[in-house]
Design a protein around this ligand. Structure first.
Ligand code: ASP
Length: 345
């Protein structure tokens, strides 16, 4: 806590609709300066916290998010870690789930809240959802029990719900409830009171200094399976020379066609050292390899089950683990296991 026991919060503004304004000439939405954004929410002062901010330059539409910016975010939080009680990241909704997942893997010994939020309507618009999202995100970032952060995780607060970030998916581009966490319950719900789901929040087992690991390998791809998938395209992609990892988006509980050419292409890729993960196209439920005969062959080929992972959490985990330069077996081991609450074991 700062001198006068005020909670201190750092808001990191990366861009997104929340801070956008309509260009009077072109009528397109583009990010505005953060000072202007804060001027739109004088209510924040009423919280009585000490709030500081950092703006990423330039603020971006999150469609332009990159692993380099994930690293910049992790470094910014590490650099400011001891100075603040909690962190709020303002971020566009389009790729917020990817960033939240990547950040969750990059932090070690996180014991303060990193709450991501944004909005569907820019802050300057009368009906904006941005004000409530920011105000409550700041309150959650500051919330403590017995002197410790109530939610020491990378999470997303949106439309009255707080989710574990690496469990989320953007599900709606028009409703205020932009995010869902299909396979894990909300960590908190904000109604008249903010009610925390303490049993479902991860608390660090050991106390230690915050460490970050920002190594990422982008030699990965997501391949969605669909009826009529072209053999030539599929084989060619798996043969790409320096490709190292593939997230296969399968059907239902992890099923794919049993066509011999498809199974052969996967086996060949796996033998060549590629790491393949099986994640379902269904947002709810999980991959059960070997449950149907259509997935037994994948299991035999060494494809890793993504279990109940989102695609966002799986692809960022793959990029992160490949970035660690571990042996093939170690990489597969960590990918199959729970790192930061992204899968149920
Ligand atoms: N395209 C915007 C972004 O992701 C959408 C949003 O902020 O909701 O930055």
């Amino acid at each position: 806590m700062s001198n006068n026991e005020k909670a201190s919060i750092l808001i990191i503004y990366t861009g997104g609709t929340i801070g956008m304004r309509e260009d009077p000439v072109t009528k397109t939405l583009a990010p505005m300066k953060f000072g202007m954004l804060l001027d739109e929410i004088p209510e924040l002062n009423k919280l009585g916290y000490s709030i500081s901010s950092i703006t990423f330059n330039p603020p971006i539409d999150s469609s332009n998010m990159t692993p380099a910016i994930w690293a910049q975010l992790a470094k910014t939080i590490q650099k400011n870690y001891t100075k603040y009680d909690g962190f709020v990241i303002l971020h566009g909704t389009d790729t917020m789930s990817y960033t939240a997942s990547a950040l969750s893997y990059m932090f070690e010994n996180l014991d303060k809240a990193v709450v991501m939020t944004g909005s569907q309507l820019p802050i300057g618009i009368l009906r904006t959802d941005g004000k409530e999202n920011i105000i409550t995100a700041v309150q959650i970032a500051a919330a403590k029990r017995d002197g410790r952060s109530i939610v020491p995780e990378v999470c997303i607060y949106f439309d009255s719900q707080l989710f574990r970030g690496n469990r989320t998916t953007k599900k709606d581009s028009a409703q205020f409830s932009a995010f869902a966490s299909h396979n894990y319950p909300a960590l908190a719900k904000a109604g008249v009171d903010i009610v925390y789901n303490y049993e479902r929040i991860n608390y660090p087992k050991n106390k230690g200094v915050l460490k970050i690991n920002t190594a990422i390998d982008d030699r990965v791809i997501i391949l969605k399976i669909f009826p009529g998938l072209n053999r030539h395209y599929f084989e060619s992609i798996l043969q790409l020379q320096d490709l190292r990892g593939v997230v296969l988006e399968s059907y239902g509980s992890g099923n794919m066609p049993t066509s011999p050419w498809l199974v052969a292409a996967i086996k060949k890729a796996s033998k060549r050292g590629l790491i393949l993960m099986n994640v379902s196209q269904c947002p709810g439920g999980k991959v059960l390899m070997g449950h149907y005969e259509t997935s037994i062959e994948l299991q035999k080929a060494g494809v890793i089950s993504g279990k109940d992972s989102t695609v966002e959490a799986a692809v960022t985990k793959l990029m992160f683990m490949l970035g660690q330069n571990l042996s093939h077996e170690e990489t597969k081991y960590y990918l199959s296991n729970n790192l930061k609450g992204e899968i149920e074991m």
